[in-house]
Design a protein around this ligand. Structure first.
Ligand code: AMP
Ligand code: MG
Length: 729
């Protein structure tokens, strides 16, 4: 059993995000490939799930074999699975837990209630226990208080053999693992559902790219300790958790490379036990594992922070939207440049059939697998011959028997001085390099006559004259359009690696909003116009909209919606509540919990744009007024989402046209006016600049952009008009 890479996951059941800086007792992922290791620190389980999901997708796209080891029990002691689910299989418990546990993007979860619920599936009291500080019915505080829940052992067979392992039923306290199991298995269950993943020792491992296995990093406790310099402190370099995941990944990689993983994957235990309890990869093969770890050496140490090269993080940096202190109004172009620098693609990669790839964004360049045309062929219906045997004046060539047609190549060579009937698309047979158009010939069935001289190579297409085999035809980041599918298919590219579609959540805020435009509503209420508009923009840009509804002006309600958005989407667009007023709960909330940077952009229409992150997911806080919301979405959200989606930055293509209006513009702010072209191709603008006038957005067919400085515009003055279509509207 061989693997290209080994990933080791050190899980955490923390109930809040772990500290921003690298810390112990948090989620760590180590990866070994080709004898080198990398480690990643993640603050939440949701972030880890995203990381792993993207990693699995990449393994599948690259045809890579990947072993993922996770450091929590994959099963419970024999009898438990059947008692809980009726099926004596560990995977039945995974499925049950995935349906039962709720675990937020901020690590808040209900694992103790879920444990109590499992206890209720058994008679008596137990088997789970722990004292979480508050009283939870059916969850005994002490192990001794348990009774009568059946003939269940506290330990699995593998736990008894692994020195230092604890009972999976204990949910907390020094070294306890129970909570990690309850929070970890639902994540693994969802990753497995992604496809291409098999779980050891429950499922056959052949023919899947990714294998999940339980590991126990403490098997290498002595080897880890030997690597950590004396006197180094808990959260200082090197963090023990990082060393541990790197060392175990490297050791398993070495064993796999040496062909020595087989015995570890075939533990000496009855099949029924393996199916229900699982096993720890390495238990029973400790000597081999420790030998491999001892040979790894310093490669297991993470780079010293002073020497470390920055790795591309899977999520955005926490402070990526921070504006330097003391900045007042930011010009639009500066804001755009900052946004561009702060963002990077956040979507994983998948492989899809070219025929299904319209609208998708290439994650890798595409190369021609064959030439177009693959062989020289005829461009017209006519007669083919060797040019050398012809000259000036009337030519009379005897006809060669047979013919050549598309899909029906002529088998033999055509002698010099002889012509062959040939149809469009037919490969040129040996001896033919030139074709004369049928309409320019006369024939009696034995001879074909035409006027010479004929140009050498006339009406013939060279092999590869369009594209050579091996040529790079499309770059990574390109969004596939209909003609791209034709070219890719012609060149034999049947499948492409593309980014997973970006998911963009849309949330409206405001006590006054009502969603259903058919309903009778009070005079002080208004219909939520922004949400359908923003959802339609998102869909039109090729992304997947996620509807978060409308939240009242109440921080908890908005937070709950943002939580959902962070779970279900890669970016969130909110509208309303984005300035600094009393009712502006979105700004307040994002300032308190979402690392808000309020950007005071010198732009009309548009109040400050709020940029923030909700558990690593970028939030674009658009103004509430529909006109300003749309303009800010077109100017800021569109290029930003394009970067997140993998297509790179995009600027709309405008055109310079004469104005059909007059306006005296003050300096200091860039302005966007609702505009359209009149019959003479001049830009006329909507009568009112009021940002509540939604009808002006509809009257318009684009925007006129007026630069940051002062301007005196009279009819005929050149102005920049950007049609809606250039914004993908
Ligand atoms: P705000 O930014 O929340 O102060 O909202 C500014 C203005 O936009 C107010 O008049 C709101 O009623 C209006 N508004 C906010 N959200 C929406 C929406 N989703 N649809 C229509 N109007 C809205
Ligand atoms: Mg509001």
């Amino acid at each position: 059993m061989s693997f290209d890479s080994v990933v080791i996951l050190d899980w955490s059941a923390a109930s809040a995000p772990t500290p921003a800086r690298d810390s112990a007792d948090a989620i760590w992922i180590g990866e070994a490939r080709g004898g080198a290791a990398e480690s990643t620190y993640l603050r939440t389980r949701a972030a880890a799930e995203d990381w792993l999901g993207a990693r699995i997708a990449r393994a599948r796209a690259d045809g890579e074999r990947l072993l993922i080891g996770a450091d929590f029990a994959f099963g419970f002691p024999a009898g438990f699975a059947a008692g809980l689910t009726g099926r004596a299989e560990a995977l039945a418990v995974w499925e049950w837990l995935a349906g039962a546990l709720s675990d937020g993007p901020d690590n808040r979860n209900d694992r103790f209630a879920v444990a109590a619920r499992m206890n209720r599936a058994f008679p008596g009291l137990g088997p789970f226990w722990f004292n979480p500080g508050s009283e939870i019915p059916d969850l005994p505080r002490k192990g001794r208080a348990r009774h009568g829940y059946g003939p269940l052992d506290d330990m699995r067979r593998a736990d008894r053999q692994a020195r230092g392992a604890q009972s999976v039923f204990r949910l907390g306290g020094a070294g306890a693992v129970g909570s990690q199991v309850l929070t970890g298995l639902p994540v693994l269950w969802r990753l497995r559902a992604q496809g291409g993943v098999a779980v050891w020792p429950f499922e056959p491992l052949d023919e899947v790219p990714v294998v999940l296995a339980e590991v126990f990093p403490s098997l290498l406790a002595a080897e880890v300790a030997a690597l950590i310099p004396e006197g180094s402190r808990r959260n200082d370099w090197p963090v023990k958790d990082a060393v541990q995941v790197r060392l175990l990944a490297l050791a398993l990689q070495r064993l796999a490379d040496a062909g020595a993983l087989g015995p570890l994957l075939a533990p000496d235990a009855p099949d029924a036990i393996l199916r229900e309890e699982g096993w720890i990869l390495g238990v029973g093969g400790e000597e081999a594992l420790r030998g491999a770890a001892a040979a790894v050496g310093d490669a297991a140490l993470p780079p010293h922070p002073e020497a470390a090269a920055p790795l591309t993080p899977p999520r955005l940096r926490d402070d990526c939207f921070a504006m330097p202190q003391g900045v007042g109004w930011v010009p639009v172009d500066d804001a755009l440049a900052r946004l561009r620098a702060a963002l990077h693609p956040v979507t994983g990669v998948e492989t899809v059939a070219t025929a299904d790839a319209a609208g998708r964004i290439l994650a890798a360049p595409c190369t021609a697998r064959r030439a177009n045309p693959p062989v020289a062929n005829a461009a017209v219906d006519g007669y083919g011959f060797a040019h050398d045997a012809t000259g000036a004046g009337v030519q009379r060539l005897p006809l060669h028997p047979g013919r050549a047609a598309a899909g029906q190549p002529h088998p033999g060579a055509v002698p010099a001085g002889v012509a062959l009937r040939i149809l469009t698309g037919a490969p040129l047979p040996a001896g033919v390099d030139t074709v004369v158009l049928e309409e320019d010939t006369a024939t009696d069935g034995a001879i074909v006559a035409f006027d010479g001289p004929v140009r050498r190579g006339a009406n013939a297409r060279r092999a590869g004259e369009d594209v050579d085999a091996g040529a790079e035809i499309l770059r990574a980041g390109h969004r596939l359009r209909a003609p791209d599918l034709a070219l890719l298919t012609a060149l034999g590219v049947g499948q492409v690696d593309v980014h997973r579609p970006l998911r963009v959540a849309v949330l409206s805020t405001g006590d006054e909003l009502r969603a259903d435009p058919g309903a009778d509503i009070a005079a002080h209420e208004i219909f939520d116009a922004n949400r359908p508009m923003l959802r339609a923009l998102v869909a039109g840009w090729g992304y997947t909209p996620v509807d978060l509804g409308a939240a009242p002006d109440n921080a908890e309600a908005v937070a709950a919606c943002l939580d959902q958005g962070a779970r279900q989407a890669d970016a969130i667009l909110t509208s309303g509540g984005a300035s600094a007023g009393d009712e502006d709960h979105v700004s307040q909330l994002l300032r308190a919990r979402g690392r808000l940077s309020s950007w005071r952009i010198a732009l009309k229409p548009g109040r400050p744009l709020a940029l923030a992150q909700w558990y690593g997911v970028p939030v674009f806080g658009l103004p509430g007024n529909p006109v300003a919301a749309m303009v800010c979405a077109l100017i800021f959200a569109r290029p930003a989402l394009s970067v997140l989606a993998g297509a790179g930055w995009c600027a709309p293509q405008g055109m310079t046209v004469p104005a059909a209006f007059a306006k005296s513009k003050k300096p200091g702010r860039r302005e966007y006016l609702r505009a359209r072209l009149d019959a003479e191709g001049r830009a006329e603008v909507f009568a009112s600049e009021g940002s509540g006038r939604i009808s002006g957005l509809v009257w318009a067919e684009g925007l006129v952009e007026l630069g940051d400085g002062a301007a005196e515009i009279a009819p005929g003055t050149p102005v920049r008009f950007i049609p809606y279509s250039a914004f993908g509207v």
